[in-house]
Design a protein around this ligand. Structure first.
Ligand code: DOR
Ligand code: ZN
Length: 351
């Protein structure tokens, strides 16, 4: 049986939600990751330092005693965001970046912006405060085909933004296309991208080709296999511009199995590092996993790498079909199916 010891990884993009949902999401994330960039798309969104500190305190109440999990908080940029919010965020020890949602692009993005240039004064303040900008990179124009929305965003919004703010740290979140991977590879060290494990595992034929699979519906949507292959090449390339961000995004079963509008998001936190190990192993690149999962993220964010380790073992296990989720149930990705790698019990304490 193969064993793999890794510097404890971090998740540079996760949705933990709030309230009763936190007991499941925080337990799963904290068992694997040392830190996580926590998305601010709550309802209402996390828009200032006070909101973020309140949310952080709530998250910390759910961290099991044996872990030293650190939530890295983000602010949600809206048309009402002012430079003073950014200055305060830059001074907060808990805030690691601000998230840009084009209005209407995804779950709880209604409070986002419709004209990105509106936020240019805010990006200026972020550049000065050295606060990274985390971007959901899709255009939202209805006439643009859903499969083309990420590529269009690069030309229409991202390239001009990066040109205008060359010192601003930018993370192109959960990239899904060959074009995005190429664009990021062509930029300097201020631009990076997170890659989810579901976009490495699946393509749009998996989602639609043999009966529609709501559990695979996420945004940006799964693309053709050539894009999955380009993401896999980027993730396993050893290029520090690409690092782990699960985009684990839980929704109750009733919202996923909803004939009239399935909610977008895949829950992967229950196997957040194990699934990446499976993908890297299948590609013959297990030796590249540690840098992708544990080194490149903290290096980009200017934070120390985690001091402790986790151990993965090649022992197949069956993921639970459902998990408790407040008063409802959550259906995790690969529920009821076998996952090739598992977290060893030595990983269970981070002390
Ligand atoms: O699939 C997604 N789910 N994509 C996002 O951008 C948001 C997320 C969510 O919050 O559910
Ligand atoms: Zn997300």
């Amino acid at each position: 049986m193969r064993r793999l010891t890794l510097t404890r990884p971090d998740d540079w993009h996760i949705h933990l939600r709030d309230g009763d949902y936190l007991s499941q999401t925080v337990k799963d994330a904290a068992a694997r990751f040392g830190r996580a960039i926590v998305m601010p798309n709550l309802s209402p969104p996390v828009v200032n330092v006070q909101d973020a500190e309140r949310y952080r305190t709530e998250i910390l109440q759910h961290v099991p005693r044996s872990f030293a999990f650190e939530p890295l908080m983000t602010l949600y940029l809206t048309p009402q965001t002012v430079a003073a919010d950014i200055v305060a965020a830059g001074q907060s020890p808990f805030i690691a970046g601000c998230k840009l949602y084009p209005a209407g692009a995804t779950t709880n993005s209604e409070a986002g912006v419709s004209a990105i240039t509106q936020l240019y004064p805010i990006f200026e303040a972020m550049q000065t405060a050295n606060l990274p900008l985390l971007i959901h990179g899709e255009v939202t124009t209805h006439s643009v085909d859903i499969f083309d929305r990420e590529a269009r965003f690069i030309d229409e919004s991202l390239a001009p933004l990066i040109q205008q703010f060359p010192e601003l740290k930018v993370v192109f979140e959960h990239i899904t296309t060959q074009e995005a991977a190429q664009f990021v590879a062509d930029q300097g060290p201020e631009v990076a991208a997170t890659i989810t494990v579901h976009h490495l595992l699946y393509n749009r034929t998996d989602m639609l080709g043999s009966g529609m699979k709501p559990l695979l519906f996420c945004l940006p949507i799964l693309k053709r296999d050539q894009h999955r292959q380009a993401l896999l090449a980027a993730a396993t390339s050893g290029n520090p511009a690409f690092f782990l961000g699960t985009d684990s995004a839980p929704h109750p079963r009733s919202s996923k199995e909803n004939a009239c509008g399935c909610a977008a998001g895949c829950y992967t936190a229950h196997a957040g590092i194990e699934l990446y190990a499976e993908v890297f192993d299948a590609a013959g690149k297990l030796d590249r996993l540690e840098a992708f999962a544990s080194h490149f993220g903290p290096d980009f964010y200017g934070l120390p790498r985690n001091p402790d380790k986790i151990v993965l073992e090649e022992i197949p296990w069956t993921a639970p079909k459902t998990l408790p989720f407040g008063n409802e149930l959550l259906m995790p990705l690969r529920g009821g199916e076998t996952i090739a790698w598992r977290l060893a019990s030595q990983s269970m304490s981070s002390s």
